[in-house]
Design a protein around this ligand. Sequence first.
Ligand code: PXG
Length: 448
Amino acid sequence: MTPVDPAAPAAPASLSLAEHWMPFTANRAFKRAPRLLVSAKDMHYVAADGRRVLDGTAGLWCVNAGHAREPIVRAIADQAATLDYAPGFQMGHPLAFQLAQRVAALTPDDLDRVFFTNSGSEAVDTALKMALAYWKARGEPERVRFVGRWRGYHGVGFGGTSVGGIEANRRQFEGQLLPNVDHLPHPHNLSRNAFSRGQPAHGAELADELETIIARRGAHTIAAVIVEPMAGSTGVLIPPKGYLRRLRDICNQHGILLIFDEVITGFGRLGAPFAAQFFGVRPDMIAMAKGITNAAVPMGAVAASTEIHDTVMDSAKSGIELFHGYTYSGHPLASAAGLATLDLYEREGLFARAAELAPYWADAVHRLDGERHVIDVRDIGLVGAVELAPREGAPGARAFDLFLDCLEQGVLVRVAGDTIALSPPLIVSTEQIDEIVHAMAAGLRRLD
Ligand code: PXG
């Protein structure tokens, strides 16, 4: 049991749970047995009953520097008192420009033109629309098709849902998703790659399926391919060695844009600023969010190549070049939080820290190899995944029980189908890594 924190704020005594329609949640079950968090600091949450919970998931893959970090808190508070909001259309404020410059300095090569959104979903839809605008500007308006990947997650906009490949997320909206989308096969293959350490050896050839799609549709109809370099929400799918390079090469051969959705992998999760650098593959656009502000204020962004940017700029005779944007694009509070966050990452060397911790992390999570029900353990950077054999007729139930068991032990992990995903803040200590793995092992031994 974890200690109770007497200083934690209490949840209100009479809290009505009916009105808040919760996102991606089993609402009825949750409201029968709610799990409420009331405060957080560094590596820990405090739950409504006062117990401390070790954050094994960086919130939802987003609190990379740990919770309620003082410089970020101060930057947001100061900014709220100085300039709470400024219109972002035909007006600007300095912080958004400063943050764009700082983000551009972290992205690979010439991906130096940064468009701000408020979420990963908006970043994805923005990148897809930029691809369409780019081809129109280039005089190839017939390039309108997108290629996503099965089991991909690109948020919940119509664009992201359409290129996404998680069946459950598509089913309720079938019939009104974007037309002209194809999906690559996902690269997850336990019969060849189970219990791999780091990138699996087998499966680079799955990228060649893009050639099949191109042969069927014609390269001249395809605007862009979008993939998560490492897929997170679907249960941590790590790209086989050579796979991303092959996708890049095929896109190059056919002049197709490659978009990396780095909403999860951006800002140090793998031990490099972006997965593009970690894997040594340059996309044409990167969609990002989450870690850009350490999740303290919602924000997302797209980094586009100067070529894409300049082509769109040059195609407009005068006036607005891209008919797209959000009321809160580059919001002052988010910009201030972003600047303080990037300072903190730099000052504490957190991306390098993630890289240095990765071997310890890999050893730790692979101690779960061979535990009961475990059919795979995988790792990359500071990401781990433990996949369980599903319970007969109840997919996901076993992993959900393990999630509840870990929470009872004071460790927050994340369920994705029958996989438990682990992604602690990059400030995690080796003792805390052991604590996460120990809770998982103890939970697994109790699990039906
Ligand atoms: N792309 C990727 C790759 C993501 O992981 C989004 C887009 C959408 O971002 P927004 O900010 O619109 O939610 C995401 C979001 C999980 C989990 O448990 C993952 C996400 C969100 C919630 C839960 O793995 N990723």
